[in-house]
Design a protein around this ligand. Sequence first.
Ligand code: ADP
Ligand code: MG
Length: 618
Amino acid sequence: MCDHHHHNSKQNDKLRIARIILALIALGTAFLNQGSLAAGLYAAAYLIAGADVLYKAFLHIKKGKIFDENFLMGAATLGAFAIKEYPEAVMVMVLYQIGEYFQDLAVEKSRRSITELMDISPDYANIEVNGTLVKKSPAEICVGEIIVVTSGEKIPLDGTIIEGNAIVDTAALTGESKPRKLIPGDKAISGCINTNGYLKIKVQKPFGESTVSKILELVEHAGEKKAKTENFITKFAGYYTPVVVLGAALLAVIPPIVTGDAFSVWIFRALTFLVISCPCALVISVPLGFFAGLGGASRKGILIKGSNYLELLSRPDTVIFDKTGTLTKGSFNIVNIIPSDGFTKEQVIEYAAYAENYSNHPIALSLKAAYHKEINPSFISDTEETAGKGVKTLINGEIVIAGNAELMNKYNINYPQITEEGTIVYVAKNEEYIGCIVIADEIKEDSLEAITELKKARIKTVMLTGDSESTAAVTAQKLGINKVFAKLLPLDKVEKTEMIIENKQKNKSVIFVGDGINDAPVLTRADIGIAMGALGSDAAIDAADVVIMDDKPSQIPAAIKHAKRTMTIVKQNIVFALSIKILFLILGAYGIMTMWGAVFADAGVALLAVVNSLRTLR
Ligand code: ADP
Ligand code: MG
């Protein structure tokens, strides 16, 4: 029920096949019969195959958009009918439908691989029936029904909490690293994960209108964000059709007047010319090429939100990387805990873990994991996270601060110089420094490979980080990145990115790759924002243009290569379809090309374009 879009297109496909078969049967019968019935059978076959094309042409004419491919086909085939070339007229329509069928098939295939990837869609909703929970499909739940979401489950539909408290992880939807506490009366948003409580929710929106569905829709409609090349085709069609129609009209009138030939010969040629001109192959192959490109990328775990990004990805100038969680694993090992006089190591890690309770930052997750014990959230209140610095919170009435040197400076806390290599989290309680935790992150296995490949392709690489200069320098040196900017807050990252965009080569793009934590603003600002999906927890789905599902930096050069390949294929399709078209138009004008030849040529070009486009899917 929820997936009726899918369902519809399947039904369309079946209907289309039925129409193609019926039209072919009628055509065959007419061919064999050739008697009084033949004309009627041809007309029936023609309408079965082409009624929708005629209807679309009619609608467009009513809207004042006369010249489109439907008009061309309608005019050409009706003309062919008028001069009694019935089978040709029918075949133009039948082959067009076959082309459309294959196009649908390919689009459907790409769409499926894109949506399979998007795992945010909830599989079920719990309904309480006589004290036990029953799982139902979210699409079957009506507005006003009460659903139950237990710990660890996804909230399936938008609604209001009527019972229970929980901390929910909204990162999948917003990329925001702050978990939210929900109490009765609050709104629950679908797609969030209930991390710890038991919630009863009164459903407010049907599944189709819930937040999750909207995001899925956004991804599904990726094909609609048109690349420049696609816009070029639309514009081109606007000139092409009138020129061709005018050409056909001139062809029908001028040569017979000049040469004194019979009009019928040249009218026939003009109609052949029109049939040849149908730009099916071109119209089909360009968007299909892009769509297949999007589908092929998603099969590799690269989710691209629109064909315009494919085009931008194909000509990169610079790739900017965030450090933590992007080039590094973001899972920190504790190297050392250095307590201040009068405190124990256990106390330092305990305060740190409690302070980080509501944070989703990789550092926070690592500290909580290192604490090993259950955290009782009822002691914690008023948590404030400063992006790129750390956290401040009240624990049992005491102010606890955990973060980097800048955070300590901000609150005027005296802390000792630590010379150990690594990222240092300082911890203070009631304005008194109580110790620090030295943590170290590991570089991802394929980071070096990714940077090396980019450099080989002559693409510039830059690293931006909120971490200290020394830690940044060590990482950059290991990876061979020569441009590094450290100690940046989220907005500094935007500024640096803007500077890089200003200095880029014309017509090329600047890519930013981040984990969605503390870098959502840059993701939006860069020409292409790429988010590492899994660790930043489906992070900046909103902010990013491209999402890498498996977090591997080596996917960046892979994505660029894939985009280049897609662009090559799209360009091949354009050049191929156009040159065949022009050649055949000339042959048609000289009367060398028959209508049958023209029909099969266009179908052939369209089919080759489809096959060529499907190469990007593999
Ligand atoms: P990066 O730019 O490398 O991804 P961030 O901008 O996420 O790093 O964070 C920059 C620095 O801010 C971290 O290296 C850390 O010192 C500090 N920091 C940020 N969030 C936290 C936190 N929740 N707890 C402790 N320190 C934090
Ligand atoms: Mg980061």
